[in-house]
Design a protein. Structure first.
Length: 402
C-alpha cells in the first residue's frame, strides 16, 4: 500500500502537467477561433504584442499587448482579470476598454473557454513592447463615458433559443455569434458605434466595403450551400469566389485552423439544419442584357477577360470565375466596384492554391465605363436585371474617394 501511495504521489505532478498542457492547447485553438491575433498583432512583429491601428469613425484605436509581459502586457492579470476584460470590457485597473474589443460579443463566452485562452496566452513568450496611445476625438476619448454606453449596448447580443436545435447547430451558433464575433462586422452600427441588433447579421459597411448579410435566405440567394461554405471557411476559396479585404486575414489567422466539425457546425448554423436549395443563376446571353450592360461587354474584354476568361470561366491559380461568384449577386455593388477600382493583392490560400494580383482600374475607367462594366457583370452572372444608374455609380465612387 505504501509503495502504491509513493508511486501515485510521483505520478501526480505528471498528471497535473498533462492537464495544464491540454488546457494550453485548447486555449490556443480557442484563441484562433476568436481571432485574437488579428487585432493584437502587427505584420512582421511578434504575435499578440499589440500595436495594430484600428480605424473607427471616432479616431484610431491601437490593439494592446496581450503577451505575459508584466510591464506592457497582461503578465499581472489573473484569470478573473482576463475574463473581466474579455467579457465585460474592464481592464485590471477597473477602467473601460473601448468596444473595438468585441466584448459586446464575448460577453457570452464560456468561463472555461476564457480560462483556457488565458492559460495559452500566459504560456507564450512575453514581449516588452508598449502599444501606441489611442487617440480619439472628444468626447469619445473619455473612458468613463463608456459606462453609460455599456449600460445601453454592451449586453445587447443575446443568443436565440436553441433547445430544439442539434448540438452541431448550437456549436455553430457559439462559434459564429460569440467566439467568431461575426456580427461585429456583419451587423450595421448606429451613430454611437453600437451594433443594431434589430438588424443582426444583415450586413454592415466597414472601411468602405460591405460585410454582406449572413442571414440564411440571403446566403442561399447568393448561391451558398453547406459543403461550399465549409470549404470556404477551411481554404478561403470555393466556387463562390475567394476571401478578400477584411476576410482574408480571418482565413490566415483563424478559420483555416478550425476542425472540419467546427466548419460544418458554422455552416449548419448559418444555412440551417435542413437548408433550402442554393439559388442557381444561369448566365445571361448578351442579347438579353440592357444597352448599358451590352456596352460593358467591351470593357470586360479590355480589362477583365485576360485573367477571368472571355466567358467568365476564370483561370485556375490566376483568377476566380465570374459564373457563380457571390460578389456579383449583391444588390449593393460597392464591393464589386471597390475590387475593380482598387484591385486585390496576390493571395495565398491553404495548400498550394493562390491567386495572382489583380490591378486596380480606377484611373482607366470613366464613370460611364465603370457603370457599363458593373451592369454587364451584374446582369450576365449576378442575376440582377436592373441597371445601376450613372448617379448611383458616381455616389458609390464618391464614398470611396474616387
Amino acid at each position: 500500500m505504501q509503495r502504491f501511495l509513493i508511486r501515485a504521489a510521483l505520478c501526480l505532478p505528471l498528471a497535473v502537467q498533462a492537464a495544464e498542457q491540454t488546457q494550453i492547447e485548447r486555449g490556443q485553438y480557442l484563441a484562433r477561433a476568436a481571432d485574437c491575433v488579428a487585432c493584437h498583432s502587427t505584420e512582421g512583429s511578434a504575435p499578440y504584442a499589440g500595436g495594430l491601428p484600428l480605424q473607427s469613425p471616432f479616431g484610431t484605436i491601437y490593439g494592446t499587448n496581450i503577451t505575459p509581459d508584466k510591464q506592457y502586457g497582461i503578465g499581472n492579470y489573473s484569470s478573473d482579470d482576463f475574463y473581466n476584460a474579455v467579457a465585460k470590457g474592464k481592464r485590471a485597473d477597473g477602467s473601460n476598454l473601448y468596444p473595438a474589443m468585441p466584448y459586446t460579443s464575448y460577453h457570452l463566452i464560456k468561463r472555461e473557454d476564457s480560462d483556457a485562452i488565458y492559460a495559452y496566452l500566459m504560456s507564450i513568450e512575453p514581449i516588452a513592447r508598449p502599444a501606441p496611445t489611442t487617440s480619439l476625438s472628444f468626447p469619445f476619448n473619455l473612458r468613463f463615458g463608456l459606462s453609460v454606453w455599456n449600460q445601453l449596448y454592451a449586453s445587447d447580443l443575446q443568443l436565440a433559443p436553441a433547445t430544439d436545435k442539434s448540438a452541431q447547430w448550437q456549436q455553430g451558433q457559439y462559434l459564429v455569434e460569440v467566439l467568431g464575433h461575426c456580427g461585429e462586422c456583419h451587423t450595421p452600427r448606429n451613430s454611437l458605434g453600437a451594433l443594431q441588433q434589430e438588424q443582426a447579421m444583415q450586413g454592415g459597411v466597414l472601411l468602405g466595403y460591405l460585410a454582406p448579410s449572413l442571414k440564411t435566405e440571403d446566403m442561399l440567394a447568393r448561391g451558398w450551400n453547406s459543403s461550399d461554405l465549409s470549404t470556404f471557411l477551411r481554404h478561403g476559396i470555393s466556387a463562390q469566389g475567394s476571401m478578400f479585404n477584411e476576410m482574408y486575414p480571418v482565413l490566415h489567422n483563424s478559420s483555416q485552423y478550425l476542425s472540419d466539425a467546427d466548419h460544418k457546425a458554422m455552416a449548419t448554423y448559418l444555412l440551417g439544419e435542413q437548408p433550402g436549395p442554393a439559388a442557381v443563376i444561369a448566365t445571361q446571353a448578351l442579347a438579353q442584357l440592357s444597352d448599358s450592360a451590352q456596352q460593358g461587354r467591351q470593357d470586360y474584354l479590355n480589362v477583365c477577360a485576360g485573367c477571368h476568361g472571355n466567358d467568365g470561366q476564370g483561370v485556375p491559380h490566376v483568377a476566380v470565375a465570374m459564373a457563380g461568384n457571390t460578389t456579383l449577386r449583391q444588390a449593393d455593388s460597392r464591393n464589386l466596384l471597390r475590387v475593380i477600382e482598387d484591385g486585390i493583392a496576390e493571395q495565398q490560400f491553404t495548400g498550394f492554391e493562390r491567386m495572382q494580383p489583380m490591378p486596380g482600374f480606377a484611373k482607366q475607367l470613366s464613370d460611364e465605363q465603370l457603370r457599363n462594366l458593373l451592369n454587364y457583370l451584374r446582369q450576365t452572372w449576378g442575376g440582377l436585371p436592373a441597371d445601376m444608374s450613372a448617379a448611383q455609380v458616381s455616389e458609390l465612387r464618391s464614398q470611396v474617394g474616387h
